[in-house]
Design a protein around this ligand. Structure first.
Ligand code: ASP
Length: 581
């Protein structure tokens, strides 16, 4: 037997017992005549102790140890004289009697402790060493528990976990596909699924009623921080449901996870907010509602006083930072620089400070104090508040106000990580129009059903059609989204037509599902959640990478295995591919 206990197990109640442990040497310390070894495994750390009076052979082996050596140790559990309250095993140590080196280790390129001295790239290259660190281990443990609880809940709701294929067909909607060349069918390609969307709908047509899968999805999108080319979804679909049924079931899933992972109770229903309210009051479709600071449009209240910035603007909006009238010139200048950065792109920042009965602002020349006070009342500012105003086109100013609102929330400490504010966003538009390509795109995806009463406008006025779609948001992070689907072949064909497909193109790309709709498709709908992101937000982190055992770096590469990489000429020939140089 390699071990009698793991490294996180022994307590003072084990005092006097013999124990055999196996693990990695995290740290070696010499103090007077004593040597202390921190022995680590997945379960914790136990201190091994040896003094100079120990047998020579034992001392000799200890002398050769280095960090990350794999050892087996035998000894007696004893009470420590100086206890370590930070470790669950901190009351005891093991007085070393036997030691065996199971494997030596080269000196690791960074410290394997909670706070490592290794940079991102180095730790990615040596991911197996990074994964030995407790914060990463805890992240993967959380992920495991989340997956387990998802399966428990879904099973309790009679969902079947069914796998769908990874080698599928490339379709032109959504993001770019990763493709896989077929050797046998030279010149033909599989695509990796961006999501199992069509398969889960086909499972509904096949009568499976309730499906889910914790499934890998692949999207060849432009690289962005915290986006992974492959990521995991909790993918779900249900038959004979309306929007409210889907929201109820998955609100249940969220509550189950809040309770069983974080021990948080949510007795009330999650709030639901329309897309247009989210856009108008928060400037984005995934508002962080842990704090208020809503946006007020003041376009019509500020025009006509000779201030060109406002007079020429399509949209003027304000937020109120409560009790921030003391903001100094320097702080305001800093904020102004912040909103002018290219990522935010505002032209400038206008402020109004209320100090009791006094008003101070950067637009004093154009507005009387009374006019400014009236404006302050319009946007709901009081006493000691600071009003921040941006102006420009609506399309750019609302997102800028949204970013400013979040920044102020962060600066004022209003975005408490321990607080969770889930939210449903509903009533999305069905389409968004792209000026560049001059066509409509499905805002969610082309299988999303229009709201029934908007159906007559589908061909005549697509921009006004609302979708039977919903997103799930926690603390300003989009965790999931889904919709009630079209289940009528005729409406599906019209949808493709509005999206600019000729009947032939639609048939070639999506004929399989349109055909399936002709054989008794039940009304159905579903949702998919970003599993990595949900884990990250429950773990209190911004980075999904920590919750993925082997993620890609910011350049989409796995530097540990060196991927992507070139392939041999023979492989290329076999696949009928040629690479230009
Ligand atoms: N397949 C969709 C997505 O990946 C989710 C859904 O509509 O269920 O975003």
């Amino acid at each position: 037997m390699y071990r009698t206990h793991d490294c996180g197990e022994l307590r003072i109640s084990n005092q006097g017992q013999k124990a055999r442990l196996a693990g990695w040497v995290q740290r070696l310390r010499k103090l007077g005549g004593m040597t202390f070894i921190d022995l680590r495994d997945r379960y914790g750390i136990t201190q091994l102790t040896i003094d100079e009076k120990a047998p020579k052979e034992l001392v000799a082996i200890v002398e050769t140890l280095g960090r990350e050596f794999v050892i087996q140790a035998v000894g007696t559990v004893a009470e420590r004289s100086s206890k370590n309250p930070k470790l669950p095993t901190g009351d005891i140590e093991i007085l070393l009697e036997e030691i065996k080196i199971l494997n030596a280790s080269e000196l690791p390129p960074f410290t394997i402790e909670d706070e490592s001295d290794g940079g991102d790239e180095l730790r990615m290259k040596y991911r197996y060493l990074d994964l030995r660190r407790a914060p990463l281990r805890r992240a993967l443990e959380l992920r495991h528990r989340m997956a387990h609880e998802v399966r428990k809940y879904m099973d309790s709701q009679r969902f079947l976990e069914i796998e769908t294929p990874y080698l599928i067909k490339s379709t032109p909607e959504g993001a770019r596909d990763f493709v896989v060349p077929s050797r046998i069918h030279t010149g033909e390609f599989y695509a990796l699924p961006q999501s199992p969307q069509t398969f889960k709908q086909i499972l509904m047509i096949a009568g499976y009623d309730r499906y889910f899968q914790i499934v890998r999805c692949f999207r060849d999108e432009d690289l962005r921080a915290d986006r992974q080319p492959e990521f995991t979804q909790i993918d779900c679909e249900m038959s004979f449901v309306e929007q409210n049924d889907v929201l109820q079931v998955f609100e249940g899933l969220a509550k189950h996870l809040f309770k069983n992972i974080l021990n948080l109770d949510f007795s009330d229903d999650f709030p639901r907010m329309s897309y247009s309210e989210a856009m108008n009051r928060y400037g984005c479709d995934k508002p962080d509602i842990r704090f208020d600071m809503k946006i007020s449009e003041i376009t019509n209240s500020v025009k006509g006083k000779g201030l060109d910035l406002f007079d020429s603007a399509e949209y003027v909006g304000a937020i109120v930072a409560e009790n921030c009238a003391e903001y100094t010139r320097k702080q305001i200048d800093q904020l102004t620089e912040w909103v002018k950065r290219p990522q935010i792109g505002a032209k400038g920042l206008i402020y109004i400070k209320l100090a009791g009965n006094d008003v101070k602002s950067s637009i004093d020349k154009f507005y009387t104090p009374d006019e400014l006070k009236t404006l302050a009342t319009t946007v709901g500012a009081k006493g000691n508040d600071l009003i921040l105003i941006l102006a420009g086109t609506k399309k750019t100013t609302l997102p800028a106000l949204s970013a400013l609102r979040l920044e102020m929330g962060t600066r004022l400490g209003l975005r408490n990580e321990q607080l969770f504010k889930p939210l449903w966003i509903v009533d999305f538009p069905l389409f968004e129009y792209d000026e560049e390509t001059q066509r409509y795109y499905a805002m969610h995806h082309p299988f999303t059903s229009p709201v029934a009463e908007d159906l007559p406008k589908l061909e005549t006025n697509p921009a006004e059609v609302r979708a039977n779609a919903y997103d799930f948001v926690i603390n300003g992070v989009e965790i999931g989204g889904g919709s009630i689907r079209i289940h009528d072949a005729k409406i599906q064909r019209t949808m493709f037509k509005v999206l600019g497909f000729t009947p032939e193109e639609a048939e070639k790309q999506f004929g399989f599902i349109i055909n399936a709709f002709r054989y008794g498709a039940p009304p159905h709908g579903g949702i998919a959640f970003g599993f990595d992101r949900w884990c990250a937000i429950f773990g209190g982190s911004d980075s999904i990478r920590d919750y993925i055992a082997f993620p890609k770096n910011n350049a989409g590469k796995d530097t540990m295995i060196d991927s992507p990489s070139t392939i041999s000429k023979e492989q290329l020939d076999e696949l009928g591919l040629r690479v230009s140089d």
